[in-house]
Design a protein. Structure first.
Length: 397
C-alpha cells in the first residue's frame, strides 16, 4: 500500500539545490518571525536611551508627542535626528516586527493617564532589553506578540502541507511538517533532543534540522528508514545538530544504547505518529502496529512502545501523539481516545487535545462520492479530522 512517487524523488536534488540558494532575510531567528513579516532594524542602545529619556517626562501630552515622533521615524524613516535607525555606529542592533512595534507605540499614544503611558514604555524597554523564556522553549515571553506563527488554538485547519526543502510528502501516511514544527517551537529549546518512535519518511528529523534540535527516529521498515535517512541528510544542517534514523521495533529497541552514544540520558520531546491501526497497512511484518489483529492487540503494542520510550523522556517534558480514529463494521472506533487512555495510565498529564483537519488521502479523493453515499446510507460521518494530543510527563512518576 505504500507509494513512492518516483518523479518527486527525481526532483529532490533540484528542489534541495534551489532551497539552499534562498537567502536568509531576517537577522532574528527564523522561527521567531516568518520571512514575510516586515522587520525594522534599530540601534538598540540608542533606542533604549530614547525610551528611558521619554519616560522621565512628567507631562502626558509631551510624552505622547515624543512617541508620535518616534513612530514617525519608525514608519516613515524620516527625520531620524535621534539616530535610532543609525546602525553603522558601534553597538548592538535589534530587529523588531514593525507592526508589533507600531502597535506598542499606539498603546502609549492612546493611554489615558501618564502612569499607564509610562507603564507601556517601560514594558517596551524591558522587551527590548531582556529575554524571558520558560524552561521548555525559546519563546521570549517579553516579545510574545511577535510569535503569531505559533498556534495556540485547539482547532487546526491547515490547507497546505509545507513542501519546502527536503519535505516531499511522498510517503502515504506521513504527517505534515507543520505538526513537528509547531511541537518543537512550543516544547523544545535549540539543542534539545527529540525522539520519534514511528519516524516513517523522516518528517520530524528534517524539521529538527531546520530548527536546530537533535533528532532520533526509529522505524521498523528498513526501506522506509533508508529513504528517511537520505532525505534527512539532504536537509542543510545549519545548526550542526545530530540526526539519526535507527531501524528497529520501537516496542523493544534499546533506547538507552542509542542515547549512550551521544552521552545523554534523556530527551526533551517525544513524538509518536503510529499507524491508525490497519487504515494503512504499512507492511506484512507482525511487529508492525498496522498488522495488529484487533484493536486490543493494537493498543497492547502501542502501550509497549510508550513503556519502552517513557523512561527516556525528561520529567516535566512533553509527549505529542498524532492519531486518528477508524471506522469498522458499522462502528466508529475511537482509537485516539483509546491511545490517550493508554498514555494516561503511564504517568502523564493530559495537556491538550488538538483537532486537526485531515487532508484527503489519495485513495479517499478518488472515492469521495462513494464515501458520501456510504455515510448517508450508514448513518455516520466521513472522517475529516485527526488528533494531536499533548501529554506532560509527571514529576512524580
Ligand atoms: C503513520 S506512519 C509515520 C509517518 C511519519 N510521521 C512521517 O511523516 O513519515 C507510521 C510508521 O510506523 C512504522 N511502524 C509500525 N510499527 C512499528 C514499530 N513496531 N516500530 C517502529 N516503527 C513502526 C511504519 O512502518 C510507519 O512508517
Amino acid at each position: 500500500m505504500r507509494h513512492i512517487i518516483e518523479k518527486d524523488m527525481k526532483n529532490l536534488s533540484s528542489v534541495v539545490k534551489m532551497n539552499s540558494n534562498i537567502k536568509q532575510l531576517t537577522l532574528e531567528n527564523l522561527e521567531d518571525a516568518p520571512l514575510t513579516y516586515g522587520s525594522i532594524i534599530l540601534n538598540k542602545e540608542r533606542f533604549i536611551q530614547v525610551l528611558v529619556e521619554i519616560n522621565t517626562l512628567q507631562d502626558l501630552s509631551s510624552l505622547k508627542n515624543r512617541i508620535i515622533i518616534l513612530k514617525d521615524i519608525i514608519t516613515n524613516h524620516k527625520n531620524d535626528h535621534q539616530s535610532i535607525l543609525n546602525i553603522d555606529t558601534n553597538g548592538d542592533t535589534i530587529s523588531l516586527r514593525r507592526d508589533v512595534l507600531t502597535s506598542e507605540l499606539n498603546q502609549v499614544i492612546d493611554s489615558q493617564t501618564l502612569e499607564r503611558a509610562k507603564y507601556y514604555i517601560k514594558r517596551l524597554e524591558g522587551g527590548i532589553q531582556k529575554v524571558k523564556t520558560s524552561k521548555i522553549n525559546d519563546i521570549n515571553l517579553l516579545k510574545w506578540k511577535e510569535y503569531d506563527n505559533i498556534i495556540t488554538d485547539s482547532l487546526w485547519v491547515i490547507d497546505k502541507r509545507d513542501t519546502s526543502g527536503a519535505h516531499l510528502g511522498w510517503y502515504w501516511g506521513n504527517f505534515i511538517p507543520q505538526i513537528p514544527h509547531q511541537m518543537m517551537l512550543r516544547y523544545t529549546k535549540k539543542g534539545d533532543w527529540v525522539v520519534d518512535t514511528f519516524v516513517g519518511s523522516g518528517t520530524t528529523l528534517i524539521e529538527c534540522k531546520r530548527l536546530g534540535r537533535n533528532g532520533i527516529g526509529i522505524e521498523l521498515n528498513p526501506n522506509v528508514a533508508q529513504k528517511a535517512k537520505e532525505l534527512t541528510e539532504k536537509e542543510q544542517n545549519k545548526y550542526n545538530v545530530i540526526s539519526e534514523v535507527v531501524i528497529g521495533d520501537s516496542r523493544r529497541i534499546d533506547i538507552k544504547q542509542i542515547l549512550d552514544k551521544y552521552g545523554i540520558k534523556q530527551v526533551q520531546l517525544l513524538i509518536m505518529h503510529p499507524p491508525y491501526h490497519d487504515i494503512i497497512k504499512f507492511s506484512k511484518d507482525e511487529k508492525d502496529l498496522s498488522c495488529a489483529k484487533s484493536t486490543e492487540e493494537f493498543l497492547k503494542m502501542f502501550g509497549d512502545v510508550v513503556n519502552n520510550a517513557t523512561p527516556y523522556l525528561e520529567k516535566g517534558r512533553y509527549f505529542a501523539l498524532v492519531i486518528g480514529d477508524k471506522y469498522s463494521k458499522g462502528v466508529w472506533i475511537p482509537l485516539g481516545f483509546y491511545c490517550m487512555e493508554e498514555i494516561l495510565k503511564r504517568g502523564y498529564l493530559l495537556k491538550s487535545i488538538i483537532v486537526k483537519n485531515f487532508g484527503e488521502t489519495r485513495g479517499k479523493r478518488n472515492q469521495k462520492e462513494l464515501w458520501r453515499y456510504r455515510a448517508l446510507v450508514g448513518g455516520f460521518y466521513v472522517f475529516k479530522h485527526e488528533y494531536i494530543m499533548l501529554f506532560k510527563k509527571k514529576y512524580l512518576s
